[in-house]
Design a protein around this ligand. Structure first.
Ligand code: ZN
Length: 260
């Protein structure tokens, strides 16, 4: 079986914080969100590598990135520490075919903003309120086997307006106890790459312990995995499939210098 190579990147800051909040989060994710998800998503068809910002080359050396089929991204307070050079390399890999799954507060990550081209701002509130999600695209592969509606008992509210491009396809919508609504699961396509933004996953609630959430992420990994890579985006002028009979008025003008 050809395995999908999955890399789970986590900034891994909150889980190591020496504070009461850090201790609380460590009870939910003792080895960090990345390692928790690596164990939760383990399956025969996946080869999963959890990495973090504090590792050499910020967790993503070329050798690893260039064999990653799907990259999961959890970040919150350290977005600015991620080097632009790394964002360039990830973007290039996505455009060639790698899938990207952006989790929760990753909406403000450099890579998500790079890929959307928008500010990705949203409203938020930490009141530990109930979130109800709805599947709005039941035929989408990411919604396979997911109940039409389900509840996260306590979560951080993320609300509209959410500044993402209008070409996003909505798979999940959320309603919050306080009255807000949010596009909580949205897909994008950028060149050869598939992108899924999924908002559940605030660090102080055990959201990733939920089997429905795990199933959604597993579905998303398989949906985002590329069937092929097309690494060079600049292709030479192909031979036309039809014969061109129109006389080219610029035939005698050398325009080759304009294309360098
Ligand atoms: Zn959060």
């Amino acid at each position: 079986m050809k395995k999908i190579h999955v890399t789970i990147w986590n900034e891994y800051v909150h889980e190591q914080a020496q504070s009461p909040a850090g201790e609380y989060i460590r009870k939910i994710y003792p080895k960090g969100i990345h390692r928790y998800l690596a164990e939760a998503l383990a399956a025969d068809d996946l080869e999963i590598t959890p990495v973090s910002l504090d590792q050499p080359e910020q967790g993503l050396p070329d050798e690893l990135l260039n064999r990653t089929d799907v990259l999961l991204w959890w970040g919150h307070c350290a977005h600015a520490e991620v080097k632009d050079e790394l964002v360039d390399r990830i973007q290039k890999r996505i455009l060639a075919g790698m899938g990207l799954i952006v989790l929760h507060s990753g909406h403000l990550s450099k890579i998500f903003r790079r890929m959307t081209g928008t500010a990705c701002r949203l409203r938020w509130r930490e009141a530990g309120e109930k979130e109800r999600l709805w599947v709005v695209s039941p035929s989408h592969p990411i919604a396979l086997g997911i109940p039409e509606t389900f509840v996260i008992p306590n979560h951080e509210m993320y609300g509209e307006p959410f500044d993402i491009p209008q070409d996003g396809k909505i798979v999940f919508m959320s309603w919050f106890e306080g009255g807000n609504v949010f596009r909580s699961g949205v897909t994008f396509e950028r060149d050869r790459g598939r992108i899924f933004y999924f908002s559940p996953g605030h660090e102080t609630f055990p959201v990733y312990h939920d089997k429905v959430i795990q199933r959604i992420l597993g579905n998303a990994v398989r949906w985002a995995a590329p069937s092929e890579y097309v690494p060079d985006r600049i292709t030479p002028q192909p031979e036309p499939p039809e014969t061109i009979r129109t006389e080219n008025p610029l035939a005698k003008l050398d325009t080759s210098a304009l294309h360098r």
